[in-house]
Design a binder for this molecule. Structure first.
Ligand code: ATP
Ligand code: MG
Length: 424
């Protein structure tokens, strides 16, 4: 009878990470974790679901994310919940809730899936992964610089070249107010070029118009007055301090007046690490300062700065660079015959006791010698160990090198570990 049930597929834009892909993920995650540890950042893990309110009040009502990208639903109690589209809001919520910001400095990081209902394409998914880094209680540009230096070090560790730094400052909320008036005048003069989204934003959040990717508006945006020219003393000093540290450290950057970022909570420093190698989805890491957010979400006034990297985009750069991570076992063990199957497992356990760093795959499910050696070969292991009736009787074990032309030999089980240590 034909199976009439439709096969269930994963949700569009949400992907499985298959066994052949996970070694690269693990390598990447381990590299980042080690780096973060070396800068004394501590991991925080937040829930994936939060109150919808949290994101509306932090990211901003008039942003792409809140207007059209959130996975929002009512739970069985009728509460409005949202799958987190980013981590900063949750991190701030958690810090306020647990008193992490009271007279303390914090260097935090997290990683995990984020959810946005976007049009799926290369480098843009509905479930994607970020590693986020957030700092609290440090108002000066030195910590902004540390965030940038740390990310620059990561690209170097990963061997990624051609990632450039785009830098801008949004100034303080006060200096932005003065600029907004000028910008609104300018946008009103060019109303005929504005698309529907931008016309709406002209009323609600004019800065956001500069963020538009509509090609027909680029010339107009290019010629718009620059926020940099309206900065107050404090914002200018902060920015100059940051660029001075970066200059001294040999970090090159491009000051990009159009860089306003897609979220409302930023102030002063904003930055993006961008590559040309990924087409339109070229931003691999983005962040900045958000001094007002903690207070905005009900905490005490706390300076803050951070960034988030898009893991899929960085992995795609690593793949394009030909990076391969080997996770094949070192040893494959063949068990031939009833006695070998009975005693073999304990033999392997004692091997594991003596060589905890060696990866061993045991043949399960018996099979002929030929079929077992075929599986051994397919496993990618370098060494096959053979336990058959004869070996069990003699307390010996057969060794066959799977990748080299060497004759198979038999050694006593007591000599085995010493021998394996010279081979592996
Ligand atoms: P974009 O302009 O590409 O939409 P964004 O400004 O919305 O990015 P952020 O919210 O700053 O992105 O998120 C930080 C990083 O997370 C981005 O620079 C990108 O690398 C990654 N990212 C964001 N959205 C997606 C997505 N839908 N799929 C994959 N990665 C994403
Ligand atoms: Mg986006």
């Amino acid at each position: 009878m034909a199976n009439k049930i439709n096969k269930i597929q994963s949700i569009r834009g949400m992907h499985d990470i298959l066994p052949e892909q996970s070694p690269l993920w693990q390598f990447f995650e381990a590299t980042v974790q080690k780096l973060l540890q070396s800068y004394s950042y501590k991991e925080i893990r937040m829930p994936i679901v939060e109150s919808t309110d949290l994101f509306c009040r932090s990211i901003g009502e008039v942003t792409d994310i809140v207007e059209k990208e959130m996975y929002t639903f009512e739970d069985r109690n009728g509460d409005s919940l949202t799958l987190r589209p980013e981590g900063t809001a949750s991190c701030v919520r958690s810090g306020i809730q647990h008193g992490l910001f009271h007279n303390q400095q914090q260097r935090l990081w997290y990683m995990g899936p984020m959810f946005r209902h976007e049009r799926p394409q290369k480098g843009r998914y509905r479930q994607f992964h970020q590693i986020g880094v957030e700092t609290y209680g440090m108002p000066d540009a030195d910590i902004d610089a540390e965030l940038i230096l740390m990310s620059a070090r990561l690209w170097k560790l990963l061997g990624l070249k051609n990632i450039r730094l785009e830098l801008n400052t949004l100034g303080t909320a006060e200096s932005r107010k003065a600029y907004k008036l000028v910008l609104v005048d300018y946008l009103n003069e060019h109303k005929s070029v504005l698309d529907e989204d931008s016309l709406r934003r002209l009323e609600t959040n004019p800065l956001r118009v500069l963020d538009s990717k509509n090609p027909d508006m680029q010339l107009m945006i290019e010629a718009a007055p620059a926020l940099m020219d309206y900065l107050d003393e404090e914002s200018l000093m902060h920015f100059n301090h940051l660029t001075a540290i970066l200059d001294k450290a040999g970090i090159t950057y491009n000051i990009n007046h159009r860089l306003v970022r897609g979220l409302d909570y930023y102030c002063k420093t904003v930055f993006e690490w961008v590559t040309d190698a990924l087409g339109a989805q070229g931003t691999v890491c983005a962040g900045g300062r958000y001094d007002g957010l903690v207070e905005q979400l009900g905490g005490r006034d706390t300076p803050a700065a951070g960034f988030a990297m898009g893991v899929e985009r960085l992995l795609s750069l690593l793949e394009d660079a030909g990076m391969q991570v080997d996770n094949t076992p070192h040893i494959y063990i063949l068990l031939q015959g009833e006695q070998a199957q009975l005693q073999g497992m304990s033999f392997v356990e004692s091997l594991r006791d003596q060589m905890p760093d060696i990866d061993i795959q045991t043949n399960c499910g018996a099979g002929s010698f030929k079929s077992q050696i075929k599986k051994a070969d397919k496993s990618g292991a370098r060494v096959a160990l053979i336990l058959g009736e004869e070996e069990i009787l003699n307390d010996s074990v057969g060794i066959k090198m799977l990748r080299e032309k060497v004759d198979q030999k038999t050694v006593s089980q007591s000599e085995l570990v010493t021998l394996l240590k010279t081979i592996l």
